[in-house]
Design a binder for this molecule. Structure first.
Ligand code: IPE
Ligand code: IPE
Ligand code: MG
Length: 251
């Protein structure tokens, strides 16, 4: 059966992950320098955080800077790090007031020390908030994530706390950055590319994938709603047959 009509009109993706791509092309299209594109991207980010929280999304994971983005020109990397710091300092109070719990995932030791400190402070300040969880992936790579989990598991084996034969999916999952969270239901990528670019690899095994040509600085509430509509039109089978899924949904 094709999944065009809304299967679940009321269901909201509990966890949305977004690859926020297209800032550079937005800048070029608007005759601006790349940095202006990143600044415009911040505005879109602020808006989408608010929109997702308003809609009742439980967790929003945003890809802000990948392991591979270190390979960009040094000036761009430096200005991005400055921008992260500036935005963090400016926005943390508002996020806190909105009861949002902020968390960072990624190789934080690779980040400038000042940024690391502010990241930790933002996490601490919002730790007990009970609203939407906002996870910012900075210096993050899906391979890095799996690798650091495997190292943690290997250490347990080395220390004889775990037998190699007993390593199961949970052993790996419980050491990943998103441990303890329900995996993303919906992964959105803006900017027209149909690839994952080393974002969450393990966690998106069963995410619904939504690609849009809209460049990140142009991504607005209506675009988020289109992505959510797409999600609602999908039948999630997790390997089972459509008949099985529909019987259990009716029962
Ligand atoms: C995404 O936009 C932001 C980061 C990766 C930091 P890009 O900077 O990749 O924008 P394009 O892909 O060049 O348009
Ligand atoms: C993915 O975008 C990373 C982020 C959005 C942070 P890229 O622009 O780095 O991805 P590629 O290089 O086009 O695959
Ligand atoms: Mg890009």
């Amino acid at each position: 059966m094709s999944a065009k009509k809304s299967q679940n009109p009321d269901v909201l993706p509990q966890h949305i992950a977004i690859i926020m791509d297209g800032n550079g092309r937005w800048a070029r299209a608007n005759g601006r320098i790349r940095h202006a594109g990143h600044r415009a991207g911040v505005k879109a980010t602020r808006n989408i955080v608010e929109a997702a929280a308003e809609r009742g999304v439980k967790a929003l994971t945003l890809f802000a800077f990948s392991s591979e983005n270190w390979n960009r020109p040094r000036e761009e990397v430096t200005s991005l790090m400055r921008l992260f710091l500036e935005v963090l300092q400016r926005e943390v109070d508002a996020l806190d007031k909105n009861n949002i719990q902020v968390k960072f995932v990624g190789a934080r030791n690779e980040l400038p020390e000042r940024l690391q400190k502010h990241l930790a402070a933002a996490e601490k300040k919002t730790a007990t908030n009970t609203g939407m969880q906002l996870i910012l992936a900075v210096a993050y790579g899906g391979r890095w994530d799996i690798l650091q989990s495997v190292k943690a598991v290997a250490t347990k084996v080395e220390q004889q706390q775990l037998k190699a034969a007993d390593i199961d999916e949970n052993a790996i999952a419980s050491n990943l950055s998103l441990a303890g969270m329900a995996p993303p239901d919906l992964l959105i990528r803006t900017g027209g590319e149909h690839r994952v670019s080393n974002f969450l690899l393990w966690d998106i095994a069963y995410s619904e994938l939504y690609f849009t040509d809209t460049l990140w600085p142009d991504f607005c509430d209506q675009d988020l709603d289109l992505a959510i509509d797409f999600f609602r039109s999908r039948e999630r089978r997790f390997g089972r047959t459509g008949e099985q899924v529909r019987v259990s949904a009716d029962g």
